[in-house]
Design a protein around this ligand. Sequence first.
Ligand SMILES: Cc1ncc(C[n+]2csc(CCOP(=O)(O)OP(=O)(O)O)c2C)c(N)n1
Ligand SMILES: [Mg+2]
Length: 669
Amino acid sequence: MNTAPPAASLDELCINTIRTLAMDAVQKANSGHPGTPMALAPVAYTLYTRVMRHNPANAAWPNRDRFVLSCGHASMLLYSMLYLCGYGLALEDLESFRQLGSPCAGHPEYGQAPGIEATTGPLGQGISNAVGLALAERMLAARFNRDGHEIIDHHTFTIASDGDLQEGISSESGSLAGHLGLGRLIAFYDDNHISIEGDTALSFSEDVGARYEAYGWHVRHLGENLSVERLEQAAQAAIEVADRPSLIICRTHIAIGAPNKQDTAGAHGSPLGEEEIRLTKEAYGWPTEPPFYVPAEALEHCRATIARGEEAERAWSERMSAYREAHPEAADQLAAIFERRPPTLPPGLLKRFEPGTKIATRKASQEVLQVAASHVPSLIGGAADLAPSTLTLIDGGGNVERGAYGERNLHFGIREHSMGAIVNGLTLSGLRGYGATFLIFSDYMKGAIRLAALMELPSIFCFTHDSIGVGEDGPTHQPIEQLAALRATPNINVVRPADAHETALAWSFALRATETPTVLALSRQGLIVLDPELIPDDAIDRGAYILRDSDDAPAVVLIGTGSEVSLCLTAADQLAADGIATRVVSMPCMDRFERQPVGERERVLGAPGTPRIAVEAASPFGWDRWTGERGAVIGMRTFGASAPEADVYAHFGITAAAIVAQAHALLSS
Ligand SMILES: Cc1ncc(C[n+]2csc(CCOP(=O)(O)OP(=O)(O)O)c2C)c(N)n1
Ligand SMILES: [Mg+2]
């Protein structure tokens, strides 16, 4: 029988329950981060039991307040809270913290337990996802709320640590959030003066509050007194400030109450140890045995959030019914977003272009985007100050600005990394977000792209200037290894279309995706438009197809992507004139092709042993899988060079003549 230890209050009992669960789970796993959940327990407790409108019985309630634990290493804080509030986690799940198959992974993993709003752990990402979620709330409200029908009106809460606020990505997203006046974003800063290497004074001395004030945030310093009442008041005051995001700075003490570990870096990432746990529990007035002890009163008190949450959702559902009656079309559109229904797109090409003419795939993308945007009202996005080059504006879409959240074109400023994280936040909300820049700068947002893949979000990353075809800007701007790195990342589809029609299919493919981000790699330079009859409607889904075949079994197979496909076609003409049966394969998506059955792959690439030449103006890394022992790869083994595009291609030997010579060399060896 669990009898509660004497505690000053029920609140304190609950807070100490969170603390001791975190200590015990980390100890049992012999791995994890105990000190931060202990310190932040009052913040999470106040948010979950007094501030947030949420329904543990339905974690997916669309108008719920969002909570993102940006310092994902403090995951036991979230798991304890979700367990206590009744989100469906069992005590055994907490006991299996960090073990294979447990919903309580080392860091919170989106989709692995109800109530986890985003995968966090790479510092700075979570608070930036929260900016995206808060922006999404405003964008949805602007689109769907009607007079007398405020159906979207939730808040986004996040807790960020020193590391979160040191990482550059949070400065980018904080700056943009302030600029856009995202008043429904409320961040708590865990100002504990500790990070892994010790006192943050070693490397961190700016006035964080002043910094966020300069970004245009409302900032409050709570100091050390983190009573539930003060925390609640601060949160309510932040809610009242509707025109600016809020930062509530809490001077906490890592591993609070642990007699030998409080305020030490040692409490960050190691179990406290049996003896220190015993001493800490004694200091809390807590029974030292058994571990994972949950006083019945604490559980009952926290579980009362279920009834309140169900009531809140029920009241909202009534409002939603009235809304549906008054605005059935809008209600259906909104339901499609909530349910993440893939859009209904016309089968086949979104747009037709004139075969034989020349158009850059970024330019074709611009035209296709307009068609896509007309079919998919939830499609919104923007570039990191390169829209005139990436050509990613939605015509007539208007600029999303402070107070103009109903528009469609976002301006991320030169903030690639946070653009990625904000696009992920928008996508988490059900909107279809895209972010655009040059392919070279995908490096600046790789952390966010990787998390989109890990979270299984269909974020769209639209990258142009995808090769040495960039030309004069030179090697700093010419991507080499980016395609290989993105392809090496699990659960990303990298699509590099060969022409305008493949580009149309690529957008359609990206919009149909439900759990995989799409990276589009588009050319700066003009590419010849292929005959659409030669391109199957499912070209991208299949990953590769035979674009031009020989009458006889091919003696050589040329495989190209993007701008190099037309080089392969020119080379094939020459080789055919030389009497060599040549097949050309376009492979717009290697990731998809890899997933085809072996029979299909052999059908496309020719019998094993057929000499194959892959041509891509990028790192050859990964191509030998498709070319095999008897094949060759024509690609880039060095950085590029600054010169007109044609000269760069010629200089690096990525030409039709080089392909022809390579084919002859292979066939005579
Ligand atoms: C991008 C990134 N870099 C490094 C790490 C490794 N790491 C985890 S926590 C942490 C810093 C801990 O300091 P703080 O953020 O203040 O958290 P606290 O110890 O106060 O909980 C670091 C460097 C990480 N998770 N993400
Ligand atoms: Mg810290």
